[in-house]
Design a protein around this ligand. Structure first.
Ligand code: SF4
Length: 480
């Protein structure tokens, strides 16, 4: 086990995707609303994005779509949006975990088949995608992409030929696919949302005037001026037609304890202004900070959060401990996908370019620095050092998650175990590598409090997988 950190590696964890579907019963164009909604979901994926729209009163099977590599404001121009006509549509933002980062793999997927056209956007990873893909290939299917979502789309299209409705086809496909998925599906006359029975990824329903929206996170509803209606239940299929919302809960688990929401949505992925299954993401981060203050107290002059997701936890720590909350970091928000990464020397790292320390906030002070996670440790070590260079007298690191010890197969690109700083190291060894005065992680038992008792997945921390891990490695290139 090396006792040096390699600064020439990427540190941030990535979410796989964000999805959004909308149906305007009054017949208005929906492309620009999807665009603004995707903008609010941009944190869930920055590699590619896309929109597909159709007209429910027009000829069946006519879909206009545009997708490309980059952020929403790079892929969509006013001219592109003006050319997308239709009152029903789906949109997607993507970061690749399974399937490489290419334009072909961008979503929504649009599939033409005997019953018309299907457009679909998906968030999550299937654990049985390789078997299902092989099965389809042996029966003659030719895949255009390398992503799991196409496996789902093919299954839905095949089932549709044998079933009376597209929602019944989605239900039949869901009996075969195993893993994490929140889906939005557009058929010529219907908008469908579906969530896997474990409920790994969020999905909720909103309403604005005479439009219904199905979206990954509730923050996007606020952005487009829609009201929150409810979450899609784990295992539920909702079908939106002019008659309203129909619900099929036949695939929901009878024992709710089998559900397994990704707790990392609360810790890091989701925006703090989102509410996921009735639990406010902001509140759960405050709660983690309070728990850290109770379990791992230390005397200090100021508590600071590493932006963005460390901020709410730092406030929670401050409220619980009475130690003043401060702002120590200024973030440069203009570091986009096309930013030329420095050939990482310690002095000129991506971290320093993204983050700077406010010297007067920390000089001569004992600082408690709260971050959401430590993956390989490189970023945390750099930030600790930046605080010291700025004049902090002591730096105490508190992490609002337990140590990462295991890979994720459900859509989060956690690296191999031997690359995780907590693998085979004691807390003292990790503290030494970070150069901190003290280090504590969130106690794993506190995760249930963060999620207010909802059944959660904690596999990357505990090794208790809600679904047996796949035999072959299904994770993306980054993870391996
Ligand atoms: S293993 Fe971790 S990151 Fe993956 S779904 Fe479970 S809690 Fe989320």
């Amino acid at each position: 086990m090396s006792n040096e950190l390699n600064f020439n590696i990427e540190e941030e964890l990535h979410e796989e995707c964000g999805v959004l579907g909308i149906y305007d019963f009054d017949g208005g164009d929906v492309a620009s609303t999807i665009y603004y909604g995707l903008f609010a979901l941009q944190h869930r994926g920055q590699e590619s994005c896309g929109i597909a729209v159709s007209d429910t009163e027009g000829p069946k099977g006519k879909v206009s779509a545009h997708k490309g590599m980059g952020l929403c404001n790079e892929v969509f121009t006013p001219e592109v949006l003006e050319g997308l006509h239709g009152n029903i549509g789906v949109g997607h933002v993507r970061y690749s975990t399974a399937g490489s980062s290419t334009r072909e793999n961008a979503q929504p997927l649009v599939l033409n088949y005997v019953k018309g056209t299907l457009a679909m956007a998906h968030n999550g990873n299937l654990v049985n995608a390789p078997e299902l893909r092989r099965e389809l290939e042996y029966s003659g299917a030719i895949f255009q992409t390398t992503i799991d979502s196409e496996v789902i789309a093919y299954h839905v299209a095949r089932e549709r030929v044998k079933t009376p409705s597209v929602e019944a086809a989605v239900a039949n496909a869901m009996k075969k696919i195993v893993g994490a998925y929140s889906l939005v599906v557009m058929s010529p006359r219907k908008l469908i949302g579906a969530r896997d029975p474990y409920g790994f990824k969020p999905l909720c329903i909103g309403k604005r005037d005479n439009s219904y929206i199905i979206v990954s996170e509730s923050c996007a509803l606020d952005t487009i001026g829609a009201e929150f209606v409810r979450d899609v239940l784990p295992g539920e299929i909702v079908t939106i037609t002019k008659d309203g919302i129909a619900s099929d809960t036949s695939l929901c688990f009878k024992e709710r304890s089998r559900e397994a929401r990704c707790v990392f949505e609360y810790i890091y992925f989701a925006r703090p202004d989102s509410v996921f299954d009735g639990v406010s993401v902001y509140h759960s981060r405050l709660c983690a900070g309070r728990a850290l203050a109770v379990d791992s107290p230390v005397e200090a002059d100021v508590v600071v959060g590493v932006p963005e997701s460390g901020n709410a936890a730092a406030l929670g720590y401050s409220l619980q401990s009475g130690i003043p909350y401060g702002t120590a970091f200024v973030k440069n928000s203009y570091v986009g996908r096309t930013f030329i990464k420095p050939k990482q020397s310690y002095r000129e790292s991506s971290v320093r370019i993204k983050l700077n320390v406010l010297k007067e906030a920390v000089v001569g002070k004992r600082v408690i620095m709260i971050d959401d996670s430590i993956v390989r440790g490189t970023t945390s070590a750099l930030i600790v050092n930046m605080l010291r260079e700025a004049g902090a007298k002591e730096v105490h690191v508190r992490i609002s998650a337990p140590p990462f010890l295991h890979p994720c197969y459900f859509g989060t690109d956690i690296p191999d175990e031997d690359q995780l700083i907590a693998h085979n190291r004691s807390i003292d060894e990790i503290r030494d590598l970070l150069g901190a005065d003290s280090l504590s992680y969130l106690n794993i038992d506190r995760l249930n409090e963060m999620a207010e008792g909802l059944p959660i997945c904690t596999a990357c921390f505990s090794g208790n997988y809600p679904i047996e891990p796949p035999k072959e490695d299904i994770r993306g290139e980054y993870s391996r």
